[in-house]
Design a protein around this ligand. Structure first.
Ligand code: MG
Length: 254
């Protein structure tokens, strides 16, 4: 092979006007050959570590299950910190007017999956219909609302980063049907030299992209129960006075 390459490299060139582009591939091939022979280039393309194997589930094998339909083991009440007074019904948890609930564990950058449903019997309108919310770190809300044939301000409808960014599209299912959020969150970060670096939200609603790497500001959204920029904080589900159900909640640390 080396002989062939040498022959190729040293064979007489013609003086045709096409010589430039005809010889370029040979030069590239020779460079690649020499690079490989001396171990150059190989390190650049080699992965530094083999990615871990994760059974995709759902839930994925490396996820923390936050609600499995059985109990509130992973949650505490906003009021008093004890066991939530929400209802456990048909494998899901339903808000009651007893305040929101926090996860016991705290999270930084994460991928959160949560399913929710607003009542099939529609009551109220605007912000008063099936209102709840998923707050990352207890600070940054992705709105839960029945936004199926229900007008409100765009940055307050279902899937909004509340008060900041309307969803790209309205992917709501009718009231009573189960809906999914898949949220990829990176928290704002306090830099050692002072300024706070924005975080980001990427959100899929029923599998449809609705927030595309949107900056998350350090100030908490309206009605957030917690404040301040932190490395890790709890997930918070809001009681906004309307009955809303949740199930199949899991999270992966990123
Ligand atoms: Mg809300």
């Amino acid at each position: 092979m080396q002989t062939d390459m040498t022959t190729t490299m040293t064979e007489p060139r013609t003086s045709s006007p096409q010589r430039g582009w005809r010889t370029a591939p040979r030069t590239l091939a020779a460079t690649a050959f020499l690079g490989l022979a001396f171990g150059l280039g190989a390190a650049e393309s080699a992965p530094t570590a083999e990615p871990p194997i994760v059974a995709p589930g759902p839930p994925p094998g490396d996820a923390i299950v936050l609600f499995n339909g059985q109990d509130f083991a992973q949650w505490r009440s906003q009021r008093g910190g004890g066991e939530p007074k929400w209802r456990l019904v048909e494998g899901c948890m339903e808000t009651t007017q007893t305040g929101g609930i926090f996860t016991r564990e705290e999270f930084g950058a994460c991928q959160l999956h949560i399913e929710w449903a607003t009542p099939s019997v529609v009551k109220g309108d605007g912000q008063g219909r099936g209102n709840s919310g998923v707050y990352l770190q207890g600070r940054y809300e992705i709105q839960v609302l029945d936004s199926y044939n229900n007008k409100t301000y765009p940055n307050g409808q279902a899937g909004a980063y509340y008060g900041h960014a309307a969803p790209l599209v309205n992917a709501c299912r009718p009231p009573g049907e189960w809906q999914t959020y898949d949220i990829i969150f990176h928290p704002p970060k306090q830099r050692p030299d002072g300024p706070v670096q924005d975080g980001s939200f990427t959100v899929l609603h029923n599998g449809v992209l609705i927030q595309d790497h949107v900056p998350v500001k350090p100030q908490p959204t309206t009605a957030a129960p917690l404040k301040g920029v932190v490395e890790r904080g709890p997930i918070y589900l809001q009681d906004h006075g309307n009955p809303v159900r949740f199930r199949n909640v899991w999270i992966r640390n990123l």
